[in-house]
Every structure is written in C-alpha cells, then in structure tokens.
Design a protein around this ligand. Structure first.
Ligand SMILES: O=C(O)C1=C[C@@H](OP(=O)(O)O)[C@@H](O)[C@H](O)C1
Ligand SMILES: C=C(OP(=O)(O)O)C(=O)O
Length: 423
C-alpha cells in the first residue's frame, strides 16, 4: 500500500521563513497545509511578507524583500513552536517593535534561551514570564552579529531561528552551541539555508559561523513529513501489512526517518531506497532493548504506544525535552498506557513500557496531535481505543483519520470521530 503523507512541517516552515528573508519570489511545492503551517504563513503575513497560494494550496508563492520586517506588528503564533522560535530572530534583524503571542499551550513552552541570546546580540526583548515565554516583545534596529552561546538543551528551535536570521545581520555571527537536543533539525536548517544561498561554516567544538549576504529566492518541493510517516510505518509493523511512503528515502533532510531503524529492531522489514521507504510487519514485535530517541523525540510516542505489543520491555531514553512540547509527552504516554492496563515506569528523561494485553480506553490527547496519532496506531490492534479529541491531529495532519482508515479499512479501528461519535 502506498500511503499519502503530507509535506514536512519543519521543511515547510523553514522554507517559508527563508523565502521571506530572500530577495525575490520563491515557490514552495506540496507544502504541508495544516494548523501549524497556516499559523506560520499567517504570522509572516502579519510581518508584511506577501504570500499567495495557488492550485488548491499545492503551491505557495512567497515574495521576500531581502531584509527583516519594518514597523510595528502583533504576531499570533497559535500552537506552533516553530513560529514562536523562528520569527522573533527574523523580527530582530528588522526595524521596529513586534509582539509575539500564542495559545495557552504555546505560552507554557520555554523561550528564555532565545530571549537571552537576542538580548546579548543587542535587541530589546521582554517575555511573559521570568523564565521566558510568550508574549514576547522584540524591539530592534537590526543586529550587528558577533559571538554568542546558545543554550540548546530545551529545544533546538532557538538555534535554528538564530541561524536562519544570521545572513541578514550586519556582520558575521559565530554561534557556540551548548547541550544541543534534536540535532538533526540543525542539519536540516543548515542544509536549507545553503540551498537558499547562505554562507555557513561548521567549525570544531560546535561553533557555527554565518556570514552576511542574505538569501536568494528558490523553488523547492517539500518532502513528505517523516514524523507523520512514523504512524503508518508503525501501523504496518503491528498489522503485518506493507506500507510504502514515496518521496521519502536516502537523502531526506529529516532525521525522523531514522524511526524505521527502531522498527527494524522490533523485527519489521525495512527497505529504504533513493525515492521511497517501505516497511513490512513480520510477526510479533521483539522487545527487550533500550533506545536513545533524543534526536528523534517526536517519534518516541509512536514506539511507546505500540511497545505493549512486544514480547519484552522497551526503554526509551534521552527524551527529557519531550516534556516541553504540546504536552508533557512522557507523562501523557504513561497516563494513557496505564489507562489501557499497561505497566509503565518513567523517570525525568526515560520511559519503560512492559508487555501487556491492553484493553480499550478513552485516550486523553492533551491537545497533542502526536498523542492522538500514536494511540490510533495501537487502536488498529486493540478494540475500544478512542480519542477524547480526534481533531487534535490537525496541527500537522488534518486528514490523518481518513488516511489510516483508507490504508487499514478492515482492521478494528476505533479512532474515527465519525464512527465513534466522540468528537
Ligand atoms: O525545528 C523543528 O522543526 C522542530 C524541532 C523539534 O523540536 P525541539 O528542538 O524543541 O526538540 C521537533 O520536536 C519539532 O516538532 C520540530
Ligand atoms: C513539537 C512539535 O511541534 P512544535 O515544536 O513545532 O510546536 C511537534 O510537532 O511534535
């Protein structure tokens, strides 16, 4: 079966920002169209960037001015971490006063290290709480660059935002990276910056140097989202089906494609080519391992939700920063697994899931799309798994339930809002 996986959120929102910072008109083909990317697009529009959509949203055309925004603006980031972390540095290389705000969920997520670094670079920044958080006000008259350290143990997004703004600074910027999580997202940022023409050098000891010179407009086709693909790959592994995702293969910019290595460890067959990735379920899942998912933490819930079906415990570690996302994801996964009758142990940065015979339960999604999607996969094997908020998937994959039903029509599938009447 060929899955229809929408475009990468991380690539879409980076490409929107880089196109907005470039001189000229860029075209993004097959962007992700979901709450997170529409929020990012709308936020850029509030900053004065011209964006047009064509062909039923299959092409987004962005006209950049080659500089940061000017004037005064209020910018609504909704639930999007990428908007709250990528847009303030872009505003700081502009001229004016910009106020960023977002949902209660986003307000609870950290921004302190970004505020500190922007202040060290010369912007005037205030945040909603002492530790940093929305609303964030940025007042600036452009930035000079220089040498700063970016504390990156809570999120890599602070560093990505600063890096992408750096070519619009007046002088070179040298960033020393301290305690980086989610490292593959920085490789994605640097790769996309280079495609848009930036001059970037990675030096020893985690120093990244970016020289001024701006960006040039580009036409870019967005790959399918690898984090989203984890759900259909896991679904193949637990049902014995074969699922192929075209357009995701060797050369992908997304670290989360490495989730298939975890499925291989569980006993699934995995084939990755230049143009596609295919996963086939091959009998019972083999547990009895520990895996560090700190670099691919958006996919740890996909593994944790199917882990009770394995023949031995599975420990996932290195994921403390997953407590700072749309929900405290370690707590959310543990709570829901226990509600399903599955033994679970957790610590600050790890979770152990024991084998079990999960019963049905109503999953508490905590407005977290990935909790909803991960437990829907378990629902393919366990009758009576329902979601308290099926529409939470709209943050990154509004058509998730329909696509899972299209791929697995005959499996006991509970998560559909229509059939369960649980909306
Ligand atoms: O840069 C990005 O596009 C992202 C980075 C990751 O966040 P952290 O760096 O906060 O772990 C990831 O969880 C998020 O979904 C997208
Ligand atoms: C953490 C996530 O989103 P963001 O940080 O971009 O809001 C996610 O999509 O899982």
């Amino acid at each position: 079966m060929r899955a229809r996986i929408p475009g990468s959120k991380s690539i879409t929102n980076r490409a929107l920002l880089l196109a907005a910072a470039a001189v000229g008109t860029s075209r993004l083909r097959l962007p992700l169209v979901s709450a997170d990317t529409i929020a990012f697009r709308t936020a850029l529009t509030s900053l004065g960037v011209r964006i047009r959509t064509w062909e039923d949203d299959e092409v987004w055309e962005v006209t950049g001015a080659g500089r940061g925004p000017a004037g005064k603006a209020g910018v609504w980031c909704e639930d999007a971490g990428t908007a709250a972390r990528f847009l303030p540095p872009f505003a700081a290389v502009g001229h004016g006063r910009f106020v960023f705000d977002g949902s209660a969920q986003l307000k609870a997520r950290p921004l302190g290290p970004l505020a500190d670094t922007l202040s060290a670079l010369g912007a005037t920044v205030t945040t909603g709480t002492a530790g940093g958080g929305l609303p964030m006000t940025v007042e600036s008259a452009g930035l000079d660059g220089g040498a700063v350290t970016v504390e990156s143990s809570l999120s890599s997004q602070f560093l990505s935002g600063l890096l992408m703004a750096a070519p619009l600074m007046r002088r070179p910027l040298a960033l020393t990276v301290d305690s980086l999580v989610s490292r593959p997202y920085i490789a994605m940022t640097l790769a996309l910056m280079r495609r848009f023409g930036a001059d970037v050098t990675e030096r020893p000891a985690d120093v990244i140097e970016v020289r001024p010179g701006g960006y040039v407009a580009l036409d870019l086709t967005v790959e399918p989202d690898a984090s989203t693909a984890s759900y259909v790959f896991a679904a193949a592994a637990v049902t014995g089906a074969t699922v192929t995702v075209p357009g995701l293969g060797h050369g992908s910019l997304q670290g989360d494609l490495r989730f298939v290595d975890v499925l291989r460890q569980l006993g699934a067959r995995v084939d990755v080519t230049d143009s596609a990735t295919r996963v086939t379920g091959e009998g019972p899942l083999r547990g009895g391992f520990r895996v560090d998912m700190g670099e691919i933490s958006d996919t740890f819930m996909t593994l944790a939700a199917i882990a009770p079906l394995a023949d031995a415990p599975i420990t996932i570690r290195g994921i403390a920063h997953a407590r700072l996302k749309e929900s405290d994801r370690i707590a959310a996964v543990a709570q829901n697994l226990r509600a399903l009758g599955v033994d679970t142990d957790e610590g600050h940065d790890w979770i152990t899931v024991h084998p079990g015979a999960p019963t049905g339960a109503r999953i508490a999604c905590r407005r977290d799309h990935r909790i909803g999607m991960a437990f829907s996969v378990l629902g393919l094997r366990v009758p009576g798994v329902t979601l308290d908020d099926p529409s939470c998937v709209g943050k990154t994959f509004p058509g998730f339930h329909e696509e899972l039903r299209r791929l697995f029509p005959s499996t006991s599938r509970p998560a559909s809002p229509q059939r369960q009447g649980s909306r």
